[in-house]
Design a protein around this ligand. Sequence first.
Ligand code: BMA
Length: 309
Amino acid sequence: MMIIERYKGNPILTKDDVPYPVTTVHNAGMVKHDDRYLMLFRSHKRNGRSILGLAESDDGFHFRVRAEPFIIPATGGIFAEYEEYGVEDPRICEMDGRYLITYSAYSRHGVRIGLAQTTDFESIERIALITQADYRNVVIFPRQFHGRYARLDRPHSEISPWAIWISYSPDLIHWGDSRLVMKPVQYHWDEMKIGPGATPFATEQGWLHIYHGVFPTMDGSVYRLGVALHDLDDPAQIIGVGDEWILQPDDPWEETGYVHNVVFTCGAIPEEDGTVKIYWGGADKVMCVGTARIRDLVELCLNNSRSPL
Ligand code: BMA
C-alpha cells in the first residue's frame, strides 16, 4: 500500500481551468478559510514569468479559479525592483487571525522571499522582503515559540548546498538566530537538494513537515516528497526524518510536463479525521492531490528514520 493515496480525479487543476492566459498551474499554497479550501497556485505566463492565482473549493478536490490573478509582480516601491521576473511557489500560514503568504520574488538581483498578508483573500498587503538573495522555500510555523516567530528556510551555499535551516523573528520582518537543521544525505533519494515544502502542522508527537528532496540522474533531476517531525516546543530539534520518500513521480502528468519527473509541494491540509490532504505540482504543469493518514507519516519519522544531518 502507498503511504499517500492519489485522488482518482488527478490532475485537479490545469491551465485549461484558468480564465486568463497561462501555460502551467502548479506549486500551490493551501489553506482552509471559512470552511472552504483555497489554493494559491503558480502559473507561468507566455513570457516565461510567473504569477499567482486563486482557486476555491468546498471539498478540496473540485476547484474553481477566480477571474483575475491574486498576486502579480508589484509595480511600485521596493517590491517592484525585486519581483520584476515574477512571483513563485507561495506558502500560506494562518496566524493571529490573518493569513501570511511567503513567496519567491525573482529579479535581476536573484531570488528572495516576500511576505504578504491577507485576512479575507480579497486584498493583500505586502509586508516586507524577509531574506537576502539566494533563498527559496520559506515556511512559517503557525505558532510562536517563547514570543518569537519561527520559519524554515533554504539558503544556498557551495560548502553546504540546499539544506534546511531555521530562523526566528520578534516581528516577522527581522529574522536571525539561524541554524542548520537538516541536510541532504549522500547517495540517498534526497542527496542533491532538500527544501521546505508545506507549512508544518502540529500533531501530538511533533510538527509534521512535508519537504522535497532532489536526486540527480543522467536524465535530469527527480523531485520527490519526504517527511520530517520537529519537536513541538523547540522546532530546531528534529525528532525523526522518514528514510523513504512518501511520493515520487509515477502518474503520466508527473513524469512528463513542463519539467519532467517532478512532484513539488507547497501546501497540505490536516483534517479532523486524522488524514491530511497533500497537494503537489505535477511536472511543473498541473495540480494534484492525495490523502495520507497522519499517523502513518508520524510513524515513518519515528520508526524508519534517517539522520537529519
Ligand atoms: C525548483 C523550483 C520549483 C520547481 C522545481 C522543479 O528549483 O524552481 O519551483 O517546481 O525546481 O522544476
